[in-house]
Design a protein around this ligand. Structure first.
Ligand SMILES: O=C1O[C@H](COP(=O)(O)O)[C@@H](O)[C@H](O)[C@H]1O
Length: 271
């Protein structure tokens, strides 16, 4: 089960980041009003980090019950814990250190300070995820999990690289082909740093909602191919879909090669 992509186009990178932030705040409030807690999977990258900063700067963010939000990551760069290039370090500066998040619910990937290599850190994250899934089920036996090894991800945020990579799953490489596990160590990413850790595509597609945020003309080709229905091994972003919603939030520069049938400037269409 996966949702067909919907596309929302924004005039600029700044308005895109503000829109992602506003949507995220609104959805978290909605989810928490139903269930009390919410689970979001964060991304690194330019727009992902700008959107988190926009959340922190929005007066509306106080409507979210932040101590009851779980934060996971779709991928991480395998570096020392406080390296400024780590996605978690950037997310902390942009948002997590500025809200009342519960440290126990901030689930970072392990670092080079703790693990000998990216495979060991990936295995540890898979175990953290599985433990959270077990705890979720114990707290509410009616929880419907898409995969018993994973907690229910309400919203999973992704950026997209110019080569169409998502998380740290790069075209034609082993990570995007990996099946049967929830996380994967990436020893040889073409984008620095080479050592990374990522959720697998199977894990990403368990999310209820997958939101891909993309800005810039250098990514227009990747967006066009992904939305034209390319294969996920060549174009990983094409395979990133949510079970209930797949939402592409892009700016006009990234929309230049969008298949015509998908162009809809009415933002509500992607709601
Ligand atoms: O390295 C990464 O790149 C992608 C895309 O980043 P962007 O700066 O081109 O938007 C990001 O989604 C991923 O989390 C990150 O590790």
């Amino acid at each position: 089960m996966s949702a067909e992509p919907k596309v929302s186009i924004h005039p600029s990178q700044a308005s895109l980041a503000a829109s992602v932030a506003a949507r995220l705040i609104t959805r978290l409030v909605d989810i928490q009003s139903d269930r009390g807690t919410a689970t979001v999977v964060l991304t690194g990258g330019s727009i992902g980090t700008a959107a988190l900063q926009a959340v922190a700067e929005s007066p509306a963010h106080t409507a979210v019950d932040w101590p009851n939000v779980h934060f996971w990551w779709g991928d991480e760069r395998f570096l020392r814990a406080e390296d400024p290039d780590r996605n978690a370090v950037q997310a902390r500066a942009a948002l997590l250190d500025r809200i009342a998040a519960d440290p126990v619910k901030i689930h970072e990937f392990g670092s080079k300070d703790e693990f000998p290599d990216e495979d060991a850190a990936a295995a540890d994250y898979a175990e953290q995820l599985a433990a959270a899934a077990r705890a979720e089920l114990a707290a509410d036996p009616d929880t419907v999990q898409a995969d018993p090894r994973l907690p229910c991800f309400d919203i999973l945020l992704l950026g997209v690289g110019p080569d169409a990579h998502v998380a740290s799953l790069f075209p034609e490489m082993a990570g995007i082909r990996t099946r049967g596990v929830t996380t994967v160590g990436v020893p040889d990413a073409p984008k620095p740093p080479p050592q990374r850790i990522s959720l697998t595509l199977e894990a990403i597609t368990t999310a209820q909602e997958v939101w891909l945020s993309v800005s810039g003309s250098d990514k227009a080709g990747a967006v066009g191919l992904a939305l034209a229905g390319a294969g996920h091994v060549q174009v990983p972003a094409a395979g990133a879909r949510g079970r209930k919603k797949t939402l592409w939030l892009i700016d006009q520069d990234a929309a230049q090669k969008l298949p015509g049938r998908l162009i809809d400037h009415d933002d509500e269409a992607a709601g």
